[in-house]
Design a protein around this ligand. Sequence first.
Ligand code: NAI
Ligand code: MG
Length: 371
Amino acid sequence: MRNYDLAIIDGDGIGPEVNAQAVKALEAAAAVHGFTLTTTPYELGAQTYLDTGTLIDSDTISALQCHDAIMFGAMGDPRVTPGILERGLILRMRRELRQQVNLRPVRLYPGVPTPIKDLDPTRCDFVVVRENTEGMYVGGGSTVHGGTTNAVALQESVNTASAIADVVDYSFRLAGQRRNKLTLCHKKNVLVHAGELWQTIVDEHAARYPSVEVDYVHADAMCQHMPMSPERFDVIVTDNLFGDIISDLGATIQGGLGVAASANLNLDGLAPSMFEPVHGSAPDIAGRGWANPAAAVLSAGMCLAALGEGKAALALENAAASVLGELRELAGPGMGASTDELGDRIVARITSDVTEIDTARISIMTAMAAV
Ligand code: NAI
Ligand code: MG
């Protein structure tokens, strides 16, 4: 029987609460669809850092490297200075495991309330492909005359042609499996050096993928077009910072952080990809059973798609979407059920049957993670 070896990193706050539901749903999907899972927990995050002073060491990175995939909850704790966990742990894992693509689908599921008035769910189904290892997030720069009124802060953006080309090529291949539309999002009228490099590489690839229609939208204009005309987009490719910002807007359009799923995809096949909800550790609601597990479960669906279990991936997505569509509120005490109860409801709806329409959807899902 097929077996997949998963690393489980719960992290902090609501991370363990939602990741437990994701793993529960994965186990259920495995039972229904005829494969098995091996899971290995890793104690990483704020508590481990506070207890031991260690974020992550190279032995742990090497151990993570050997798994088929990683399921990650969230990290962050008010007792830890902002930036320490993000840079020292999350960004380090993404970099060392060469997870060059951060993939964030923006899909409005039927019945899920969106703040965009009268938005028909069929108009909203696109993905943001965010470059995941470079840009402003590398941390290059310096502070001169710090602490004085003459302080100068220099923050550099790193843009490597080869890394951009990998992400752009992935995006074209993905668009080719979807609706054949690719949009570059940048701010090339102001960030002229980085913008020109991104545009040049997109243009080079456009010639190699003639069936894909290509356009360009500035990042600020994107914040207007995404909510007003989401049907305009299929695959949006962008850098690390713009991708972070516009995908949070995407999460809002699709009903909030309780719904937004993501994958950090390794493209060379030599290290695992990592799947996580877009949201953070939500310390304001941790420990109360108020966290919506759907984003984590939908991320688990992406994990199954990446592992080649398309039917099971779709079964998970459908189960989570149907439970989401019934909630009164998408987060907090008004959801009408606890995190764990919602996990159980999702599990109860994981089925084995697949219709013809579903087959088309499966190929879109698996393409996401395996092009
Ligand atoms: P957050 O995403 O943790 O929470 C923002 C708001 O949304 C909060 O009011 C929270 O209660 C709510 N929320 C988030 N997920 C929810 C869910 N599943 N169900 C119901 N409500 C939910 O972002 P915030 O508050 O800015 O950051 C908290 C901590 O998380 C910080 O330490 C931050 O650095 C970290 N963080 C970690 C991320 C990661 O692990 N990849 C990503 C984003 C933030
Ligand atoms: Mg963010």
